[in-house]
Design a protein around this ligand. Structure first.
Ligand SMILES: *[C@@H]1O[C@H](CO)[C@@H](O)[C@H](O)[C@H]1NC(C)=O
Ligand SMILES: *[C@@H]1O[C@H](CO)[C@@H](O)[C@H](O)[C@H]1NC(C)=O
Length: 259
């Protein structure tokens, strides 16, 4: 958010100057870099941007983010639909007030084979591979993996899309490094963690996509999230609502993959 703040402050500076109030007054008395202008009312006043900083502060998050976890599997149509049409678009608009945790595993099963795990997936081996690629991307890139996963899940062929999708967003990240994780012990361990996390759900999941909000799953929350995750996050956020919450996202139909 440091970059974001810098960006907003320079837009602010532009706005101030473009109103031809960019007088020498604050050039003489303002000894702070733009990134600090909104740090206190004093500094803001010295730098001639008090009014703008008050407005800017109002739109800053001032409560705990709403945390949404998605338990899913890479080839389940309902999961793909939710991820592509709801989760990622909502996150793009509300990332200041929400946290997302993706857990690719879903209705898969695991067997311990002398320290290594063998996974079986609802939609076959391709799905296990898709889950593993996405798990490795999340481990390597953190939330920056979201656009890559979005790109994969919105493609016709999730697996074939993986490498080109990585190339679009991370041209400098080698596909081989992803595949090393996918085929190696690291991926195996990470997927086991997804299994443990999924199997620890209370209540246990009955289908995917399975959604928890702030760690909790109820039928009501699930239904609201599936109807409009965007509206749910806006309504649950306890701080001042960001401007985006006044606009909304269009409602889309949903479907499930039963466990
Ligand atoms: C903006 O918010 C910060 C932290 O909430 C506060 O310390 C600061 O004084 C505020 N700035 C202005 C200009 O009100
Ligand atoms: C969401 O998760 C963050 C980080 O773990 C935590 O600080 C925050 O309190 C959580 N939000 C809610 C509403 O519990």
């Amino acid at each position: 958010t440091g970059i974001m703040l810098g960006f907003k402050v320079s837009v602010l500076l532009f706005a101030v100057c473009s109103l031809s109030k960019c007088s020498g007054r604050f050039a003489n008395s303002c000894n702070y870099p733009p990134a600090q202008w909104c740090d206190s009312q004093d500094i803001a006043a010295q730098c001639g941007v008090l009014e703008q900083c008050m407005k800017f502060n109002v739109t800053k998050p001032n409560a705990a983010p709403v945390n949404v976890s998605l338990y899913y599997e890479s080839l389940c149509p309902g999961c793909r639909q939710f991820l592509v049409l709801q989760l990622v678009p909502t996150f793009i608009m509300l990332q200041d007030i929400m946290g997302i945790d993706l857990v690719p595993y879903g209705n898969a099963q695991e067997k311990d084979d002398q320290g290594k795990y063998i996974f079986t997936c609802q939609h076959g081996e391709d799905e296990c591979l898709g889950n593993m690629i996405e798990t490795c991307l999340l481990s390597m890139l953190g939330i920056d993996a979201f656009p890559v996963i979005f790109c994969m899940e919105s493609g016709v062929d999730v697996l074939k899309a993986a490498q080109p999708c990585l190339g679009v967003y991370f041209p400098d990240t080698k596909w081989d490094s992803v595949m090393n994780c996918v085929k190696g012990d690291e991926g195996n361990k990470l997927m086991h963690q997804n299994a443990v996390k999924t199997n620890a759900l209370k209540p246990p999941h009955e289908y995917v996509p399975w959604i928890t909000v702030n760690g909790e799953h109820t039928e009501a929350l699930q239904d609201k999230a599936m109807a409009s995750l965007f509206n749910l996050v806006c309504s649950l956020y306890k701080g001042d609502k960001p401007p985006a919450c006044g606009q909304g996202l269009k409602k889309k139909p949903n479907s499930y993959c039963m466990n």
